[in-house]
Design a protein. Structure first.
Length: 277
């Protein structure tokens, strides 16, 4: 009997060990399978995220290309429609027959041609200023935005004001121009679409970041609206804003104030030194 009990006990231990080992093996296999499937899901998610980022990059690139093309077409149209006729008219006054005219007629023709050429020079200067505003070029971002807001306020259509707190050193001209164009596009959108009674801009630096904030009390959009429009075929101006902010290594945020009384747009970018865009 003791021998049979010992054998039975040994058999029970072996059975327990067998099933225990089998259970651990099944658990280990299950864990490996779970890790493999989870890893595949992570890889798939990362691939989807990468595709979305690539699509977004392509949208921004297309928007930038379209904006540049539209800008070139606008300049070409201005030169063709305005400068072209002026120069053609000046040429009429300075035709080959002028040498056969009397002195009085020659002087009058030269004077008329000079007036037309002066008008053409002013026209081309205006086109040049639209590409790089002289106030921005000569005095910097703060002066250019102040000038923009003074002109808006001077129209009497809307109360416009701005204040810079931490703009002590000028940035590279290309960086200032990008920031100015973004602010200008935002202001234009507010003027055209929001029906606001006021617009206020502030600038400050905080924690190594350069901030510009726009407040207005009209109709606006939230970040969700902005992201949805960026993924669609509409809102070229907003896509231009996004592409320029990406060049600046910055971000733009649209929100409604907690008081629900006005909208706020925030431009955030690194505080730049004078040697990097």
């Amino acid at each position: 009997m003791p021998l049979l009990q010992a054998i039975s006990s040994s058999s029970n231990v072996s059975t327990v060990l067998f099933f225990g080992t089998l259970g651990m093996l099944v658990l280990a296999i299950g864990l490996v399978v779970f890790i493999v499937f989870h890893q595949r899901k992570v890889i798939k998610y990362q691939q989807q995220l990468q595709r979305l980022e690539e699509e977004q990059q392509q949208i921004l690139l297309n928007a930038s290309i379209r904006w540049q093309e539209e800008e070139r077409q606008r300049i070409a149209a201005d030169l063709h429609d305005d400068a072209g006729p002026l120069l053609a008219t000046a040429r009429l006054y300075l035709n080959d027959n002028l040498v056969h005219q009397d002195i009085s007629t020659q002087l009058q023709s030269i004077y008329n041609a000079k007036q037309i050429i002066d008008d053409t020079i002013q026209l081309i200067r205006n086109i040049s200023h639209s590409l790089m505003p002289p106030t921005l070029k000569n005095f910097g971002l703060e002066s250019a935005i102040n000038d923009l807001f003074q002109k808006i306020s001077g129209s009497g259509a809307i109360n416009a004001s701005c204040r810079f707190h931490d703009y002590r050193e000028r940035m590279l001209p290309q960086r200032e121009l990008l920031i100015f164009r973004v602010a200008q596009e935002l202001v234009n959108n507010i003027l055209k679409h929001s029906n606001s009674s006021f617009i206020h801009l502030t600038q400050n630096n905080s924690d190594g970041k350069f901030y510009i904030r726009l407040h207005h009390d009209g109709k606006g959009i939230t970040q969700a609206d902005f992201e949805r429009m960026n993924k669609s075929s509409v809102g070229l101006g907003l896509k231009n804003i996004q592409s320029r902010m990406k060049v600046l290594d910055g971000s733009v945020f649209f929100e409604k104030d907690a008081s629900q009384t006005f909208y706020k747009v925030t431009l955030e970018m690194p505080v730049s030194d004078t040697t990097s865009l």
